[in-house]
Ligand binder design. Structure first.
Ligand SMILES: CCCCCCCCCCCC(=O)SCCNC(=O)CCNC(=O)[C@H](O)C(C)(C)COP(=O)(O)OP(=O)(O)OC[C@H]1O[C@@H](n2cnc3c(N)ncnc32)[C@H](O)[C@@H]1OP(=O)(O)O
Length: 218
């Protein structure tokens, strides 16, 4: 397999690296595949013990040199926050789906996504907290793109239908309005035909500290 990597030095800036993944992106995706495999594995106990030892050795290799700073926050040309460490979107975070959002011509945030079995809550359905996390992110992005980036103050959800995993879904969000440091957005996770599964409204507050010049951390 030939893998074309981003150049050394531009791994923190996917825009500068074009569409080429960094080695860290590839490692992160491999770990996601590993996590999926762990949830679904049926290999025998002795094999599990051996694999665990191999993974412990790999973990030690990664720990040999630790970052001394968090991944930086950047914005893509459409104004969508990009943060490699983000729990929902992060290209360097195995925990992230990762969710990839874009801004449509009318300013809507739109992300195609597919949950996996690791996101299971009730049998055969996605955990409600996982849906909430995705909605928190896309509503926050809608507000950020509109110029009112902030921390979530309130997030209100209506779980309309069960959310399946392993099927294509769409998350969308629209900015509604701003009053002072408060901005509101609404959004939903839906089937590709638009049938809503989870609906959300959220209030995002630009922290006083940010308006005084301290950078945000999402
Ligand atoms: C940069 C790129 C980003 C990029 C963003 C990318 C998308 C990221 C999406 C994920 C976002 C998250 O998950 S954020 C993580 C989850 N959220 C949090 O951890 C927030 C924790 N809470 C806080 O840090 C704070 O309470 C804040 C920042 C929300 C507010 O603090 P503050 O700045 O000191 O504001 P404060 O003066 O107290 O209040 C201002 C006004 O807001 C009201 N208010 C305050 N808190 C709340 C609240 N929880 N719910 C309702 N209203 C509230 C007050 O009554 C007041 O109204 P009035 O008197 O003016 O009428």
């Amino acid at each position: 397999m030939t893998i074309e990597l981003a150049s050394a030095g531009d791994t923190e800036d996917p825009a500068a690296a074009g569409d080429r993944p960094s080695a860290l992106d590839l490692l992160t995706q491999q770990v996601r595949d590993l996590v999926d495999a762990v949830v679904l594995t049926g290999v025998p106990q002795d094999e599990l013990v051996e694999i665990t030892a191999e993974l412990a050795a790999l973990t030690d290799r990664l720990r040999a040199l630790r970052r001394t700073s968090r991944h930086p926050l950047a914005f893509d040309p459409e104004g969508v926050p990009r943060h490699a460490g983000n729990a929902v979107t992060g290209s360097a975070n195995p925990y992230a789906l990762p969710l990839v959002s874009r801004v449509t011509s009318d300013g809507t945030i739109r992300a195609e996504l597919s949950f996996r079995q690791i996101h299971e809550g009730p049998p055969t359905s996605v955990h409600g907290g996982v849906s909430a996390m995705v909605l928190d992110q896309v509503l926050g992005q809608a507000v950020a793109v509109a110029g009112g980036a902030g921390m979530t103050g309130t997030l209100t959800l209506r779980y309309v239908r069960r959310v399946p995993y392993g099927e294509p879904l769409v998350a969308t969000a629209e900015y509604l309005r701003t009053e002072g440091r408060k901005s509101w957005a609404e959004g939903r996770i839906a089937l590709p035909d638009g049938t809503p599964l989870v609906e959300a409204t959220g209030l995002f507050i630009t922290p006083r500290l940010w308006t005084e010049g301290t950078a945000g951390s999402q």
